[in-house]
Write a new protein. Structure first.
Lengths: 190, 315
């Protein structure tokens, strides 16, 4: 069984991430973002999801110990919304309030194929809920997907299995959300 | 994947161990509390007392039907008419969070009275995941205080038991089907009831208007689904808005209230898309509402907002 934990940054959909993983038969648990990397390593996890959180959480300050995981962990990490913002900022990018915030239904366009998007068509419907976005990509990242109002909908670290998503693959109305999660489980399971 | 049978077995076993003594369940007759009552009933039998409170903000005939359901399920039950108490507690209250908190506290006080009379130590609630997620706390923002979580008073004498805390409505429905409960497909109805479907003060008079309008929306949509004109929405109801508009009824100027129709599609209420109701159905609902409520309502609108940015209910 693949073991993926969800780091809780206070998102409305943290529990949905847990549920989606559980439905995919992943061994999973929601843990607070104050848990140390050592404690996570002791649990022998195969991967991590950094949840979203109340609007401004990715904009400034630290996000619990998320920085430590991003810096030192060698397992895959998937940052969603505020988790993705923090990731962008941590690796040297810039996060700003969105010119056009997106809430609800949005069309996602995949720009670069990646294992995370296996089986997801070039254009698909995703669900969003954000006031901020990664406005400038960190140098070590590449953009995987965009939407009309937001250039960085999905990004990946060039050398590590670290992914950031602006949209929410965990909610029911994201057309291929479960597929994306399933791909992430495969990435974690090797 | 979620396995209802396994959940039923594990939960009943856990309840048998964890609940020693008499317990009270807050029984609205919706899917969550009915499933919860069935599980706890399985575990501790007649030690469980189901309490249904008629708050005055129930849908048409609701409390009458709940009584029948409690009898059918062979529950040890108490029926409490607290209409006047709830109406007077909400007098002059307009702010949605305040409404929810007053209702949450009122519920608990009613339950505490029953508990004291009957020496009950446990309060069982059908709280499910979205209730505590949206109620916030810690890092999480408060979207709305669900009466059974954020609406709970800080000081409470009863021990809380919430067997469905980690699951969602679609999973609760699976359990309901496995237990052959007649409520498995019922649409959700919020604990604060019609009070949060009346924007502004929830007076008894305004409650009558929204009760009638909700009944019309339910009947017309159910009939349309039956005829195959549309798919069954997750939730469908009417909201009474706090504004008036000018109209003409029978060659006379009218200045009446506005009803908003709300219907959404979802599996777990965490995200929703507004239902695409066919025009002919919207037409029927609109005419039915204005013809039935006459000078009281002279305008009907349809809410076309998804969640996010909206929520299902308006308050």
């Amino acid at each position: 069984m693949v073991k993926i934990y969800v780091i809780d940054n206070g998102g409305q959909w943290t529990h949905r991430e847990w549920r989606t993983l559980r439905d995919l038969d992943v061994e999973t648990k929601i843990v607070p973002n104050t848990i140390s990397l050592n404690d996570l390593l002791r649990e022998n996890i195969d991967g991590l999801v950094l949840s979203g959180g109340a609007p401004r959480i990715g904009l400034e300050g630290s996000l619990g110990n998320c920085g430590e995981y991003l810096e030192k962990a060698d397992f895959p990490i998937l940052g969603i919304c505020a988790g993705h913002h923090f990731m962008g900022r941590f690796f040297g990018g810039i996060v700003k309030p969105s010119k056009t915030p997106e809430f609800g239904k949005v069309e996602l366009k995949i720009l670069k194929q990646n294992r995370l998007f296996d089986g997801v068509p070039e254009i698909s419907i995703v669900w969003e809920s954000h006031n901020d976005e990664v406005a400038k990509l960190p140098r070590v990242f590449e953009i995987l997907a965009e939407s009309e109002s937001c250039q960085i909908q999905a990004m990946k670290h060039r050398n590590k299995p670290i992914y950031g998503l602006q949209f929410h693959p965990e909610v029911e109305h994201t057309e291929f959300g479960e597929k994306i999660f399933n791909n992430y489980v495969k990435i974690c399971g090797k | 994947m979620f396995n209802a049978e396994r959940f039923i077995d594990e939960t009943t076993a856990r309840l048998k161990e964890g609940v020693s003594g008499k317990a009270l369940i807050a029984f609205s007759g919706g899917v969550d509390s009915t499933v919860c009552a069935a599980l706890v009933n399985k575990a501790i039998g007649k030690q469980l007392i189901a309490v249904h409170v008629d708050t005055g903000y129930m849908r048409k005939n609701e409390s009458k039907n709940v009584k029948k359901l409690m009898e059918k399920m062979n529950l040890n039950y108490r029926f409490i008419d607290a209409k006047e108490e709830f109406y007077s507690a909400l007098k002059g209250v307009v702010e949605p969070e305040k409404k929810r908190k007053i209702i949450g506290e009122k519920f608990i006080r009613v339950f505490e009275n029953v508990a004291e009379d009957e020496k009950i130590e446990y309060l069982v609630q059908g709280t499910i995941a979205p209730d505590w997620i949206e109620s916030g706390g810690g890092l999480r923002d408060t979207i709305k205080s669900h009466h059974n979580v954020g609406g709970l008073p800080e000081k409470m004498k009863l021990n809380l038991v919430e067997p469905l805390r980690d699951i969602y409505k679609d999973e609760v429905r699976k359990i309901a089907r496995a237990l052959h409960l007649p409520v498995s497909e019922r649409q959700p109805f919020p604990g604060p009831g019609l009070a949060i479907r009346i924007i502004g003060e929830a007076t008894p008079q305004r409650t009558e208007l929204v009760r009638e309008a909700c009944d019309i929306v339910e009947k017309e949509i159910e009939a349309a689904v039956e005829k195959g004109l549309m798919e069954m929405p997750w939730q469908y109801f009417a909201v009474l808005l706090p504004i008036k508009s000018v109209g003409v009824q029978g060659d006379k100027r009218a200045y009446g209230n506005v009803i908003c129709i709300r219907a959404v599609q979802s599996i777990d209420a965490m995200t929703c898309a507004y239902s695409k109701i066919p025009n002919e159905v919207i037409d029927k609902i609109s005419i039915q509402i204005t013809n039935t409520l006459k000078e009281k309502i002279n305008r009907v609108v349809y809410d076309v907002t998804n969640k996010p940015p909206g929520t299902v209910e308006w308050e």
